[in-house]
Design a protein around this ligand. Structure first.
Ligand code: NAD
Length: 407
């Protein structure tokens, strides 16, 4: 099953539970608009190479389409469509006034010079500018796209439309209208979800063990924030391998060590573990924060964590999800656990529209309210229908989108 078929299966499941209006269901089975563009780029050696890019605008019932742009060699139209559907679900789960969108270019950015990436990014905007804008569709960074790329895209867009529109894109550098807190917002949202979950499960932070796979942007900030909240981080990993200490890791010292050596491996008096082993530790909370499809039908039988907080996008395959349900392991799904990122992107857009710049304190206060409210709404939906949290998030999101569409 490809990712889009998988997404449609999730739509069908949620639709059955709420007895969704059949017209709305039919409309939600495809994106409202999909653009496929060819982008000619003058390469440094003088030749011209043509790249293929996509933008999928899934649904804008709740607000302008919103979603990142991915630069990756595996990008495909089906993947971009699925990701735009999941963005619709994510924005609706946390109840922000944004719809679902996603873009991508089939490219290995590691093979391009900085100049070639700039020309590719500007070329993409030249092809899609008529269909984006702060009141239409607001892109953002995703895999292998950066604040610098967002700045080039904004610049190209404003040249083409002939006026300033800083809210056309989020994830910009602070000097370009970016928001305070965007760097750690995904982890911060995940930490609020972890705290609410721990309370529901009757766990006390100082006695709650956490293992985190991935020590990049999402994973390292998650480790730092949870450690500051008093949780015991007993294991972390990155692409080179993992480390474990039953007494808990000193995350500040580990961050300095990782900056110096490039990896967490070999830190202090820790035990070395593999990236497979970290997923199978008997911890209270497991946080996948690296790659997709890491909890699969093959390893799910060995998962001993009491609960999982999905900071990565799509870390659990649908087959593994079914087995986790049977095992009674609670999963806080990605559409809720990592929605802190898109929520602060929405704040960035809001500030740009109003010509304001909010402090980090203000951002955190607003973010906490949105994520905590969403967590409890999803939890109540789970209890009401006796379903898992992922299905509950989809149910809540589809209900919101559908009620707007019906009206
Ligand atoms: P990143 O590139 O900063 O970090 C990725 C981390 O994963 C690195 O520590 C890397 O060493 C590690 N890694 C790579 N291969 C691995 C492997 N085989 N096993 C274990 N670890 C491995 O990326 P990120 O921004 O932290 O994103 C991580 C996940 O979180 C992705 O799924 C992403 O889609 C999701 N996410 C991130 C954000 C955000 O704002 N950064 C928002 C929403 C979702």
């Amino acid at each position: 099953m490809n990712q889009f078929e998988n997404a449609m299966k999730q739509l069908d499941n949620a639709s059955k539970i709420i007895n969704l209006n059949s017209d709305v269901h039919e409309i939600l089975k495809s994106p409202e608009r999909v653009l496929t563009v060819s982008i000619p780029v003058k390469m440094d050696n003088g030749s011209t190479k043509v790249f293929t890019g996509f933008r999928s605008q899934y649904n804008n019932a709740l607000g302008p389409y919103k979603g990142g742009i991915r630069y990756h060699w595996n990008v495909s139209l089906e993947e971009v469509k699925a990701l735009s559907f999941w963005m619709m679900v994510k924005c609706a789960t946390v109840n922000i006034p944004m719809g679902g969108g996603k873009g991508g270019i089939i490219v290995n950015p590691k093979e391009l010079s900085e100049g070639e990436i700039e020309r590719l990014s500007r070329g993409y905007i030249e092809k899609i500018w008529r269909d984006i804008g702060s009141d239409k569709d607001i892109p953002a960074p995703d895999v292998y796209t950066t604040p610098q790329i967002m700045a080039w895209m904004r610049d190209e867009y404003e040249k083409l439309v002939g006026h300033s529109d800083p809210g056309v894109i989020t994830g910009k550098p602070i000097e370009q209208g970016g928001s305070e807190g965007r760097g750690f917002s995904t982890a911060q949202g995940g930490a609020y979800c972890t705290r609410e979950l721990a309370t529901k499960l009757g766990l006390v932070p100082s006695e709650t063990t956490v293992a985190i796979q991935g020590f990049g942007n999402a994973g390292s900030f998650m480790a730092k924030i949870l450690a500051e909240m008093g949780y015991k981080i007993v294991a972390v990993s990155d692409s080179k391998g993992g480390i474990k200490s039953d007494d808990g890791l000193d995350i500040s010292a580990l961050t300095v060590y990782k900056e110096k050596t490039g990896s967490v491996v070999g830190f202090g008096s820790t035990e070395a573990i593999s990236n497979e082993e970290i997923l199978e530790l008997a911890v209270d909370i497991l946080v996948p924060a690296a790659l997709e499809n890491v909890i699969t039908a093959e390893n799910v039988g060995n998962i001993r964590a009491k609960s999982i907080v999905e900071l990565a996008n799509g870390p659990t395959t649908p087959e593994a999800d079914e087995i986790l349900k049977e095992k009674g392991i609670i999963v806080v799904p990605d559409v809720l656990a990592n929605a802190g990122g898109v929520t602060v992107s929405y704040f960035e857009w809001d500030q740009n529209i109003k010509g304001e710049h909010w402090s980090e304190v203000d951002i955190l206060e607003k973010l906490e309210k949105i994520i905590v409210d969403a967590f409890h709404e999803v939890w109540e939906t789970k209890e009401k229908y006796n379903i898992d949290m992922r299905t509950a998030a989809f149910v809540k999101a589809i209900e919101r989108v559908a009620s707007k569409m019906e009206i």
